[in-house]
Write a new protein. Structure first.
Length: 251
């Protein structure tokens, strides 16, 4: 309150003097007051760049910078970013996209170079998928159709960066079967087909061959007689030679 200001100054100034000074400050500022937002910094920096480059107001660069700065509103990574730094990064990207001369230096000392470079890199990575509402807003003719220009620029960059590696000649990977690996080796069928299933060949043994049945091309192997094994552990079986020798001794 004005009374509080008068008390703080030990009543050296009258209340009318405080009011007169407020009017003087507002008239000096042309009644343009507010906090330093991105838009405010952008207007100051654009005026400085146009003066440095020697060109007039570039409305297309301004619209593109505003579009890029509003894209940053959708990402929490830029919450801690200073308005002056975000404005500088948006203008730098806008001038690069529209192929305008690069700004040589920042006369407003809006931040250190590391913060500026990090903001430019971070903002450039958020341009591929902007909000549909935001894209329609800046696709209007009175906004210089900058969203359409940005989309065409990103497509062109993707085409330049896409390098397809040469495709090696594709050879047939058909598996090699046994007859292909060894063409000179004839394959003999195993057994016979019974009801669609393979059956093993008949083994040349058993009752069928023991009964004298002859199969063409088959010659049975002669069997050796079975040698009887003497029973050496039976004490009741008399040995002929031993009995004869014992008989002679008795007589």
């Amino acid at each position: 309150m004005i009374k509080e200001l008068k008390s703080m100054c030990c009543s050296l100034y009258d209340e009318e003097m405080f009011t007169q000074m407020e009017w003087h400050v507002l008239n000096t500022l042309d009644w343009t007051i507010g906090h330093p937002t991105v838009d405010t910094w952008m207007q100051l920096q654009m005026k400085d760049v146009n003066t440095e480059v020697g060109t007039g107001d570039d409305i297309e660069v301004e619209h593109m910078a505003l579009f890029l700065s509003e894209i940053a509103l959708y990402h929490k990574d830029f919450v801690q970013c200073k308005p002056s730094v975000l404005s500088f990064a948006s203008l730098a990207l806008a001038r690069g996209i529209l192929n305008r001369p690069e700004q040589l230096e920042d006369n407003f000392d809006s931040g250190n170079n590391y913060d500026k470079q990090q903001t430019i890199v971070g903002l450039s990575q958020m341009l591929d998928k902007p909000s549909q509402v935001l894209s329609r807003k800046y696709a209007a003719p009175h906004m210089s159709r900058v969203s359409i220009i940005l989309d065409a620029f990103l497509r062109h960059q993707a085409t330049l960066n896409h390098v397809s590696p040469p495709t090696p000649p594709c050879e047939s990977m058909k598996p090699i079967s046994a007859p292909d690996m060894f063409p000179g080796t004839p394959q003999k069928p195993y057994g016979n087909m019974v009801n669609g299933y393979m059956t093993p060949p008949i083994t040349p043994e058993g009752e069928y061959f023991a009964n004298g049945n002859d199969i063409k091309g088959y010659h049975p192997v002669p069997r050796c007689p079975v040698t009887p094994t003497p029973n050496q552990h039976n004490p009741y079986v008399p040995q002929p030679q031993y009995q004869s020798y014992h008989h002679d001794m008795m007589h």
